[in-house]
Design a protein around this ligand. Structure first.
Ligand code: PEP
Length: 251
């Protein structure tokens, strides 16, 4: 399966700014994307359609949402459903990003509900998992990853298509801090996630993509992409400029 190079624009970019960055990506990446790579752009909801109109229509790149609510419609002020995401051109959605877990206080079981609901309503889901610095210092990395995987994948059916589910290992202490996990830490965590995926899904667990996220930049992307069980990256800060993200995508 192709490596997945994903850009999480978080709460950045108006529609006009998103169009400008998408057009720059179009210029920088047209005809230059390595054959073994897919690109996914995850803008704020308001810019989903604008990004899809350029990147999906003209380059065939995927676009995704940063969040979803696990209901089809209803009195859920401020929320957005899978069908709204799909109609805007979205193919993927994130669940369990550390900012949603730690800033918005989303509990593990709610993350699992979102993953199951998104999948059953036609979206491919990216489950984000990862430990805080205190959990790492306390030697709890595997416990946290196991808990995030058990709860986050609880509603994923055994016959899920491996392309529809992605796990992103994002140590909380490496997100937006400039501090990248050591290659040995990444290999260890991804190896553990792979083993858990194989236990849950059998041989298919080997085909499920595991992304690394946490201060990925053009100058460290090649090394990270070369590590065992790294099937792509999820990039925040360095994805906001087309120039730096295109360098990561082709690293
Ligand atoms: C992220 O938001 O998922 C992320 C990894 O951010 P950054 O690349 O800025 O650390």
């Amino acid at each position: 399966m192709n490596k997945l190079m994903a850009a999480n624009w978080k709460m950045h970019k108006t529609i006009k700014e998103a169009e400008a960055t998408a057009s720059e990506l179009l210029d920088l990446l047209s005809g230059k994307l390595p054959e073994d790579r897919d690109v996914l752009i995850i803008p704020p909801f308001t810019a989903l359609k604008a990004a899809a109109d350029i990147l999906l229509t003209r380059l065939g790149y995927s676009v995704g949402a940063q969040n979803l609510y696990p209901e089809e419609k209803g009195a859920f002020t401020g929320e957005i459903s899978p069908s709204m995401i799909k109609e805007a051109g979205g193919r993927f959605a994130l669940a369990g990003h550390s900012e949603r877990r730690h800033v918005m206080g989303e509990p593990d079981d709610f993350v699992g509900k979102k993953v199951g609901f998104g999948l059953s309503h036609g979206l491919a889901m990216i489950l984000c998992i990862g430990e805080t610095i205190d959990e790492r210092k306390a030697g709890e990395v595997e416990d946290v990853l196991k808990r995030h995987l058990d709860t986050g994948l609880a509603e994923v059916p055994a016959d899920v298509n491996a392309e529809e589910i992605v796990v992103a290992y994002e140590p909380v202490w490496a997100i937006g801090t400039g501090e990248v996990a050591k290659p040995s830490d990444i290999v260890e965590a991804h190896g553990f996630v792979r083993k858990e995926l194989e236990e849950k899904f059998g041989p298919k667990g080997n085909a499920i993509r595991i992304l690394y996220g946490g201060s990925v930049k053009p100058d460290n992307a090649t090394e990270i992409m070369g590590l065992d069980n790294v099937d792509g990256v999820l990039v925040g800060g360095a994805s906001l400029q087309a120039d730096s993200f295109s360098k990561i995508v082709t690293a």
